[in-house]
Design a protein around this ligand. Structure first.
Ligand code: UZR
Length: 225
């Protein structure tokens, strides 16, 4: 059996709508341009690991804090990251933001060379935090994040303006201040302005590429460097 090559796990944290997903997409796009035959680059979101709500929590869903560490199944995230590091296949749950529940689908991910994981609280639990080879915090102004969040929740997630604002004041902002912002101190790299910061994205991509060049790739027939 072929020996498992080292998997690099990169965490991308930051407040809601800070541009975490766009940062991951940009880094992935650059890597895929450079390694076109390669399938070993994977993007995972902490949002996939929202835990199932109890019946009572579902009934009082307006009172449920989705920005609190207890809203996620951290044990499942830790096990998933550990499995990827060990070169094992994992099944990622598919979460539905409209119903606030997991679907019955999962997405299988085979062995990966580079995993980008994004999420508001991925640096919160020390056990998960310590699994990342590189920790990035996306630092975007709160007013920009609120504007983006409103657009996204109304257009993509079927919410009303009032419900987004109520949730923001009640849960999103207090949780950002109490649980998310304090994790910035653990970051290796802080990116101001998110994906529009092309210099930061390029530096990170160059670093990943340099690391990849140090080892044989798992998932390509040829190296394109
Ligand atoms: P990102 N969220 C929902 O709005 N509904 C859900 O069912 C699950 C999560 C929101 C959550 C958090 N908060 O702010 C955001 N609320 O998704 C995290 N309220 O996602 O990192 O993509 O912004």
């Amino acid at each position: 059996m072929a020996q498992h090559t080292r998997t690099t796990i990169i965490g991308v944290a930051g407040g809601t709508a800070s541009g975490k997903t766009s940062v991951c997409t940009s880094i992935m796009a650059q890597l895929r341009l450079e390694f076109p035959d390669h399938t070993g680059f994977v993007n995972i979101s902490q949002d996939s690991f929202y835990r199932d709500l109890t019946e009572e929590e579902h009934i009082n869903i307006a009172e449920f804090n989705f920005d609190h560490p207890d809203a996620f199944s951290f044990e499942e995230i830790v096990n998933t990251v550990k499995a990827l590091k060990a070169g094992r296949q994992v099944d990622i749950p598919v979460y539905d933001f409209v119903t606030s529940a997991r679907t019955t689908q999962t997405i299988p991910i085979a062995k990966a060379d580079v995993v980008l994981m994004d999420g508001i609280l991925i640096f919160y639990h020390p056990e998960l935090r310590d699994l990342f080879d590189m920790k990035i915090f996306v630092d975007t102004d709160a007013d920009i994040r609120l504007a983006r969040r409103m657009r996204r929740d109304i257009v993509d997630r079927g919410r009303s303006v009032l419900s987004v604002l109520n949730q923001y004041e009640k849960f999103v902002k207090p949780s950002f201040d109490s649980y998310i912002l304090p994790t910035k101190q653990h970051a290796d790299i802080i990116i101001p302005r998110g994906a529009e910061n092309a210099v930061a994205i390029d530096l990170i991509h160059q670093h990943i590429k340099w690391n990849l060049m140090q080892q044989p790739l798992l998932h390509s027939s040829r190296r394109s460097l």
